[in-house]
Design a protein around this ligand. Structure first.
Ligand SMILES: [Zn+2]
Ligand SMILES: [Zn+2]
Length: 73
């Protein structure tokens, strides 16, 4: 049910929740992405990565999640 059609109207922008930099929506994954904890928008300059321990079936392993400054360990 998700409509993939995109109207080429005025460029839609989002703002980095940390530094306030204006980013183009189509640059997601390139110049910005969302914090995997609070889902806020963060630009590449404000991205942090936390290593988290996850429980696997037989042992634990480490995973890396992208977070904003608020959750940096
Ligand atoms: Zn930023
Ligand atoms: Zn966050």
């Amino acid at each position: 049910m998700t409509s993939k059609s995109k109207m080429a109207k005025a460029e839609e922008t989002v703002k980095c929740s940390d530094c306030g930099r204006v980013l183009s929506i189509k640059d997601q994954g390139l110049k910005w992405d969302r914090c995997q904890v609070c889902n806020s928008i963060i630009c590449v300059n404000c991205m942090w990565y936390n290593r988290v321990r996850k429980e696997g079936l037989y042992s634990y392993y480490y995973d890396v999640i992208r977070v904003c400054r608020k959750h940096v360990i």
